[in-house]
Design a protein around this ligand. Structure first.
Ligand code: SF4
Ligand SMILES: [Zn+2]
Length: 455
């Protein structure tokens, strides 16, 4: 079967002001294209993140107003770095700095029709603030740096000039104008996610039908079939689809490092088999810290318990919730493949070509329960000290489970002391790599630390 190409754009119905899974809306309108950024995954902004965005807007621009429907397109960066999409436009950037531990929101020009009539602060009027008016003569002022006098703190600003509006960044008395042009303030319809589900119902039905057919095609390729449930949104959907296809067996691996919320959720979902992975702390002395580029923990905490369980039960088909769009490395995920660690286990991925948007709309359409960690601001659900987690998420662990956070910091401190690592090792989250990528090495140099490489 030929796989569909990755979806690199999002369609948006301008009439209903909702994102579309296909190119057209149930209202009969055609969607407008919004180009996405790699790895092209797009997800609804859950409760915590929407509140965060609203508070950053309030702090900087004096308005916390946001439409109900806000989406994030995660992209590469130092840590969390999401393109925010709202009102069918690139609304801005939400990012977290792993060293300063601060969040920032930088609006895009396309946010201004919504933001400009609401903003009460963070606005620079060039006609009064510019110290050298000669520098802004001429037609093209986007991209220019100008000296200004304002009482505004450093950061992103809205720039006004002769009936135009734009965005810029203020640093001391220097303003870098990013873009400026005519802006026409607009009022948009403000539907909730229930309307988005309704307008996409046809596509959701299709996605479900294809996924169930795919499971049924393969569920008899081995003597038995089961679902691997991790407690995350993707495996929640995989479980629902598998149950609808007639698969009843399911297992959940408790790595011993699961969030309490995930354990409770797995209980509520009535998962009959619980496999236990244990002993992470005992292995750190001998194997070092688990890292994004050396995930030995997976072998110990996940693969080993499954291997023992499969050894008793024999060959099987396992339905999993892996998706192309989750990360750069999953982009080549095959629909069906023999597990290289467990010969005899055939893994099938019925939602491999779904984005997080499809996953959440499906969950809401089918009214499925979902792990509460998403509402609390986590983008992915795994072990509470996972090196693949972002520093912004580790910051959330500190708030939600300070005891767990303290426990891991103590492990990191002991390790850093023993191996003579600089403060950035913990302070900027460098412990998460065995060989930090160039962007993190660069950050280290900026902070005059050593380009950390774990010993
Ligand atoms: S979720 Fe993270 S910490 Fe847990 S086993 Fe996988 S890579 Fe390791
Ligand atoms: Zn519509």
């Amino acid at each position: 079967m030929r796989e569909p190409p990755q979806k690199k754009v999002l369609y948006w119905c301008p009439r209903c002001n909702v994102p579309l899974l296909g190119q057209s809306c149930a209202c009969g309108g055609e969607g407008e294209r919004i180009p996405l950024l790699r790895p092209y995954d797009i997800r609804p902004a859950p409760g915590h993140d929407r509140e965060l965005l609203s508070s950053l807007l309030l702090e900087r621009f004096g308005t916390g107003d946001l439409p109900e429907i806000v989406l994030f397109n995660k992209t590469g960066g130092l840590d969390r770095n999401d393109l925010v999409i709202a009102n069918g436009a690139r609304f801005g950037w939400l990012s977290f700095h792993p060293c300063t531990r601060c969040w920032s929101f930088v609006p895009e020009q396309e946010a201004l029709p919504f933001l400009l009539p609401r903003a009460r602060a963070g606005i620079i009027d060039l006609e009064t603030a510019c110290r050298e008016p000669g520098t802004i003569s001429g037609r093209k002022i986007g991209g220019k740096k100008v000296a200004v006098r304002t009482g505004i703190a450093d950061g992103p600003v809205i720039v006004r000039y002769k009936g135009m509006a734009g965005t810029g960044f203020l640093s001391g008395d220097s303003l870098k104008i990013r873009k400026i042009g005519p802006v026409h303030p607009r009022e948009y319809p403000d539907p909730g996610w229930d309307v988005a589900v309704e307008m996409n119902r046809f596509h959701l039905k299709n996605l479900e039908r294809h996924a169930i057919r795919f499971i049924r095609q393969h569920m008899s390729d081995r003597p038995r079939a089961n679902v691997s449930f991790s407690g995350g949104k993707d495996s929640t959907v995989a479980l629902e689809l598998a149950r609808r296809a007639g698969v009843t067996e399911c297992y959940f691996i408790d790595t011993g490092m699961e969030f309490p919320e995930t354990l409770s959720f797995a209980g509520e979902m009535g998962i009959p088999v619980r496999l236990s992975g244990r002993g992470l702390f005992n292995h750190i002395r001998e194997r070092g810290l688990p890292a994004k580029d050396n995930r030995w923990c997976c072998e110990l905490l996940k693969l080993l318990p499954v291997k023992m369980w499969l050894g008793k039960g024999g060959e099987c088909v396992t339905i999993q919730g892996n998706r192309y769009y989750e990360s750069f490395s999953r982009a080549g995920l095959p629909p069906v493949c023999e597990n290289p660690f467990h010969p005899g286990q055939l893994n099938i991925s019925p939602i491999r070509n779904w984005r997080a948007l499809e996953v959440f709309l499906y969950i809401w359409w089918r009214k499925l329960a979902v792990n509460p960690l998403y509402e609390m601001g986590f983008e992915r659900v795994g072990c509470w000290m996972c090196p693949a987690m972002l520093e912004s998420e580790f910051e959330l662990v500190k708030t939600i489970h300070p005891d767990l956070h303290r426990r891991w910091i103590a492990v990191l401190q002991e390790y850093a002391e023993k191996h003579g690592h600089p403060p950035e090792f913990i302070g900027c989250g460098l412990w998460r790599w065995e060989n930090p990528p160039p962007k993190m090495q660069e950050l280290c140099r900026e902070k005059k630390g050593r380009p950390a490489k774990k010993s």
